[in-house]
Design a binder for this molecule. Structure first.
Ligand code: CUO
Length: 649
């Protein structure tokens, strides 16, 4: 079998300068004589998947190279998935890499990158391989056109350069104050990776079931939405309002981003009304889908395509709702409920040219890499979040018995160290943004960005176990903005929906008092920075590729763990709930494993979700009587302040 350092090297070289011919001589040699269908015994399906793709190639049906790619384009997605299917049916790495080299030269580059990323994530053959950060593979989707143009000039004049990337827009646009969130390269990596970990096109025949995929869709986007609202509050802005099909979109957007091939991303003026989009959907269709979904919530059941009713008035209802709203292939009735979310992305992406009069390429909303740059992303997701909330609010509040943990007293929750945010400079590599020109050597090209970070700290908790025996406990920590943009304290039931999940972990509690310290860097919602592409190249060349902490790129960047504070402090309620781990935990000995670092938002790769409770428990359901929450001895709350250091580090 092939050592992982070798595989890493292959993946690096396949992705380096994706728009150029393969540089790596070794890869070219191993694939030099490769014909995909020559030996069908290298595939688990007898070569069926690859036969399909070869036919498309021979019939000249495949999308050309040097053309934009969007996952939301049905035909383009179909082609990318044909290649994904080939990778997933390879019996060994040699088959995988040979096909990669072969199809890299034949297929559209965007399709190829997408197929390779998703296959490396989902195939056992690629275990241990770390994917380079997409912002250093396809930088066009993560930086603005001004930077790209400067990089080209620098390359042609052979002058190394570092270019300062500004956030899109001007001070005249209030939205610019929070652009650091929607345009953060790490946040975008989290978002695009989540959609690769949990693709809407996933079928279990690829090898396994994606546990609670629909519920994760709700939860990961709910967390994005309320994190964005928390950032807005710290910047003196109101929370996002939901969009609606019959109302103006309000914010326009000028993306200042450019495709490698395909021109500028289209812009959209302020205050326009939704228009039907030719070949996609009518506004009327969107309203019908929405009302069918709202009816399902009101009735408490979904109508499956075989006419049966699926009860959603329980903990699992949210998972089914997520499936129908996104919609994924897990949806029990795509015919009837449609694809509200996916179509909405396209609808929003096309509002600048709804009838295709100007032959514009897809908008930023039509790529998961770029979607959060557009303020309408958060309006769209707030709209869907409110539909999910309608369902959650239709469930009965938790009873005292469902919240209690007999014998357990949560005495205190607090912080060791200071909750302090700041902006810092960070550089990433732009060399892959520009073409290799004959006779012109690579020069150093970097983009310099400002990004949010915070000082390290720990959560500290004291818990008394009055039972005679040790118990396994699930600790959940939430951080909830305390005041609205006018400084008024949130009503309890409004405030709880805005709670940010900070951590979830398991501990054995011995009888008596337990002092628990949990480092901010250990959080179950975050991941560290993805290693630079160059770091991965150097590591593979030296044969030293232990990147175990980077096994996944899905997760909020740890430096954005804390929402930005204010100079004089911004108030949050810090909430700890301690519940019975022997009831909650899916896996044995959950206190030993971390299930891949970011399991709260991204699950445990290929396994069942580690926590049996609904995501967001216990603040996911309405709480008409706050006294229940306050009187349960295993819950505790503390007001904390997050400060912001205004000097840039
Ligand atoms: Cu992640 Cu709309 O689902 O972008």
């Amino acid at each position: 079998s092939v050592p992982v350092a070798q595989k890493q090297k292959h993946v690096n070289n396949l992705l380096w300068k994706i728009y150029d011919h393969l540089h790596d001589g070794e890869l070219k040699t191993i694939a030099g004589s490769f014909t995909p269908e020559a030996d069908k015994s290298i595939y688990t399906d007898g070569g069926e998947a690859v036969h399909h793709l070869v036919q498309e190639l021979n019939d000249h049906r495949l999308l050309e190279q040097h053309h934009w790619f969007s996952l939301f384009n049905e035909r383009q997605r179909e082609e990318a998935l044909m290649l994904f299917d080939v990778f997933m049916h390879c019996k060994n790495w040699i088959c995988f890499v040979n096909n990669a080299v072969y199809w890299r030269e034949k297929m559209n580059e965007g399709e190829f990158v997408y197929a390779l990323y998703t296959a490396v994530i989902h195939s056992d053959l690629a275990e241990g391989v770390v994917l380079p950060p997409l912002y250093e593979v396809t930088p066009h989707l993560f930086t603005n056109s001004e930077i790209i143009q400067k990089a080209y000039t620098a390359k042609m004049t052979h002058t190394p350069g570092k270019f300062h990337m500004e956030f899109t827009g001007t001070k005249k646009n209030k939205e610019q104050r929070v652009a650091y969130f929607g345009e953060d390269i790490g946040m975008n990596t989290h978002h695009v990776t989540w959609h690769m970990d949990y693709p809407f096109w996933w079928k279990d025949s690829y090898g396994y079931h994606l546990d609670r995929k629909g519920e994760l869709f709700f939860w990961v986007h709910h967390q994005l939405t309320i994190r964005f609202d928390a950032e807005r509050l710290s910047n003196w802005l109101d929370p996002v309002d939901e969009l609606h099909w019959e109302n103006p979109i309000e914010e326009g957007f000028a993306p200042h981003t450019i495709y490698k091939y395909g021109g500028e991303f289209p812009a959209r003026p302020d205050h326009i009304h939704f228009e039907d989009v030719d070949g996609v959907a009518r506004v009327r269709d969107m309203i019908i889908m929405e009302s069918r979904i709202r009816d399902a919530i009101a009735h408490g059941y979904i109508e499956a395509d075989d006419g049966s009713h699926i009860d959603i008035m329980n903990d699992r209802g949210i998972d089914k709702l997520g499936d129908i709203i996104e919609s994924s292939l897990y949806s029990p009735n795509r015919q009837y409920y449609g694809a509200l979310h996916n179509l909405a992305h396209i609808m929003l992406g096309r509002q600048g040219d709804p009838h295709g009069k100007y032959d514009m390429p897809p908008g930023v909303m039509e790529h998961f890499e770029t979607a959060t740059r557009d303020p309408s992303f958060f309006r769209l997701h707030k709209y869907m979040d409110n539909i999910f909330k309608e369902h959650k609010d239709s469930l009965p509040p938790y009873t005292r018995e469902e919240l209690e943990f007999p014998g357990i007293n949560a005495e205190s929750i607090g912080v060791e160290g200071e909750l302090k945010t700041f902006f810092e400079g960070y550089e990433f590599d732009l060399r892959n943004a520009v073409d290799s020109a004959e006779g012109i050597e690579d020069v150093e090209l970097k983009s310099h960005v400002h990004r949010l970070n915070h000082h390290d700290f720990s959560f500290v908790a004291d818990i008394t176990n009055n039972n005679r025996n040790p118990v396994l406990a699930t600790l959940r920590i939430y951080l909830c903005p305390r005041r609205d943009s006018n400084g008024v304290i949130f009503e309890f039931d409004d405030g709880r929906w805005g709670c940010i999940e900070m951590d979830k972990f398991w501990r054995k509690l011995k009888p008596g008092s337990n002092h628990i310290v949990r480092k901010s860097s250990d959080s179950s919602v975050t991941v560290p920075d993805v290693p630079h592409f160059q770091t991965l190249i150097d590591a593979a060349n030296s044969g030293n590729v232990d990147f175990s902490e980077h096994s996944r790129a899905c997760g909020i960047p740890n430096r954005m763990f804390l929402p930005k504070g204010k100079k004089d402090g911004m108030e949050f309620a810090l909430v700890l709930t301690v519940t019975d781990g022997s009831h909650d935990a899916t896996h044995d000995n959950p206190e030993d494993g971390e299930h891949g670092g970011s399991h709260s938002l991204c699950g445990a790769h290929g396994e069942s979700y580690p926590d049996k409770r609904p995501m967001g428990y216990p603040i996911d359901r309405q709480m008409p009587d706050r006294r229940v929450f306050e009187s349960v001895p295993n819950f505790v709350m503390q007001i904390v302040k997050i400060y912001h250091d205004e000097s840039v580090h």
